[in-house]
Design a protein. Structure first.
Length: 468
């Protein structure tokens, strides 16, 4: 009939990890795989993560699958869920898949399939953006974010290809479809993920700051309004400005959290960042325990297996969700501390460096700055003997020279050095001077090229977490 059949196939982890077994108890305690810069601590044993539950090309693997019938205009006609055995035709990296799509002489069945998927993904993405989904991660400097638009945890070199977005769209679609299904079957025992609206006060402050810089129509009444405002916040002569604004908006966000549907009012189920009424995590049971619970709920809703004891009590589910939320934040902090340590080691070897930075926030302890050249986000202490710090107006004024006033988005020169006193092993930033309004040490593009080189030196063995 001219429609497409699209499948998202996720390794069937719960076929091997049964409720209340030793492996399950350990996974329920760990809750997540922890990624440090050059190593990871898995939630599940290596045999599962690297072999049995790894969907390799050309071999049979067990999966839990979501299947859609989709019209060429990306409208979904039908959704089905099933357990399956798949033999993948190919295991491709994002770059390999992109190369196939871009190679016009390649008309193989596999490549035609990729092109069709890509076309559908673009239509689905466009509809999501129209609904008000937010793009907070900037494209060039990928501030690694929590799985959907939360804290900037870290800066990584990240080439966003169409294939990245293609996979992301179908992962989101699968998660959304599963959320709807389990909620319909188990309205009291579902495990979903919600993202509350951002902190109003913080966005109001941000609006005032942007108004000072000629951007007056900063609206944020809904995710759609906020997304449009962020899109408009540009300065033609400063390509870095929009990235900074998006990073600042990220800081106004609340964390997304897992919750038990029986413990929260349905009006609060909404996922602000993704503009979705219902959302959960289904696509990474190898590295997130929430997904393991969701797989069990889905299997029970399809009559494949009974609902385990652990998912028949609201307080038990709520407690497990809270544990997952806490461990998830701890994993983020550990990853961040690991990146900080590598940054410290880099400057320990390089010695003291001087670089251009942009002020993004004023706090009592000093100025928060982003150093694009090194991909660093940190605080520059400003002593109260020498400076008047005004958190309300977000300004820092020199007590000696009242004309010397530093505001948000002001470019300054900072010194960066490794500080090993008391074994603290941190990277210290100190203020050197302000740059003149038109003064630039380096062009944006040149700075980006240098940053990419620095990231390679700083994190030579960086592990990148899987996409889904």
């Amino acid at each position: 009939n001219g429609n497409f059949r699209v499948g998202v196939h996720i390794a069937d982890v719960t076929h091997f990890v049964h409720p209340d077994t030793a492996i399950d108890k350990e996974a329920a305690e760990r809750c997540t795989t922890v990624y440090l810069v050059e190593r990871r601590t898995d939630m599940l044993p290596g045999l599962l993560t690297t072999d049995i539950c790894s969907l390799r090309g050309g071999v049979d693997r067990l999966t839990f699958s979501v299947m859609w019938e989709i019209r060429p205009d990306a409208e979904i006609v039908d959704t089905k869920f099933c357990k399956a055995i798949i033999r993948s035709q190919a295991a491709l990296s994002y770059a390999e898949a992109q190369a196939k799509i871009d190679d016009h002489s390649d008309r193989s069945k596999l490549t035609v399939g990729l092109r069709n998927l890509n076309k559908l993904a673009k239509l689905i993405r466009a509809a999501r953006m129209r609904a008000g989904a937010l793009e907070l991660a900037s494209q060039e400097v990928k501030f690694e974010l929590d799985s959907e638009t939360q804290d900037p945890t870290d800066v990584a070199e990240y080439t966003l290809r169409e294939t990245n977005k293609m996979i992301e769209e179908f992962m989101l679609l699968a998660n959304q479809a599963v959320a709807t299904k389990i909620l319909a079957t188990f309205p009291m025992f579902g495990v979903l993920r919600r993202h509350p609206p951002p902190k109003d006060e913080a966005l109001k402050t941000m609006g005032k700051l942007l108004a000072k810089h000629g951007i007056s129509d900063f609206k944020y009444g809904s995710n759609k309004e906020l997304g449009a405002s962020l899109g408009r916040a540009v300065k033609p002569d400063d390509p870095y400005f929009n990235q900074l604004v998006r990073m600042m908006a990220t800081r106004c966000m609340n964390q997304a959290v897992y919750f038990c549907t029986g413990e929260v009012q349905p009006a609060l189920y909404f996922h602000f960042g993704l503009a979705m009424e219902r959302y959960t995590h289904f696509t990474s049971p190898i590295r997130r325990y929430a997904d393991v619970l969701v797989h069990r709920l889905l299997a029970a809703s399809l009559g494949i297996s009974p609902l385990p004891q652990q998912l028949q009590s609201k307080p038990v589910i709520a407690e497990q969700c809270e544990k997952i939320n806490v461990k998830h934040r701890m994993a983020q902090w550990a990853g961040r501390a690991s990146a900080d340590l590598h940054t410290f080691m880099y400057f320990k070897n390089k010695g003291k460096q001087s670089a251009e930075a942009v002020v993004t926030r004023v706090r009592r302890s000093g100025m928060q700055v982003v150093v694009q050249r090194y991909g660093i986000d940190g605080v520059v202490p400003m002593s109260e003997e020498e400076w008047d710090i005004d958190e309300d107006q977000q300004t820092v004024t020199s007590k000696k020279d009242k004309k010397m006033k530093i505001e948000i988005f002001r470019r300054v020169i900072v010194n960066i050095e490794a500080d090993a006193t008391d074994f603290r092993n941190r990277t210290r930033l100190t203020f050197e001077r302000c740059l003149g309004e038109q003064e630039r040490l380096e062009a944006f593009e040149a700075m980006e090229e240098k940053r990419k080189q620095v990231v390679k030196e700083m994190f030579p063995d960086r592990l990148i977490p899987e996409a889904n």
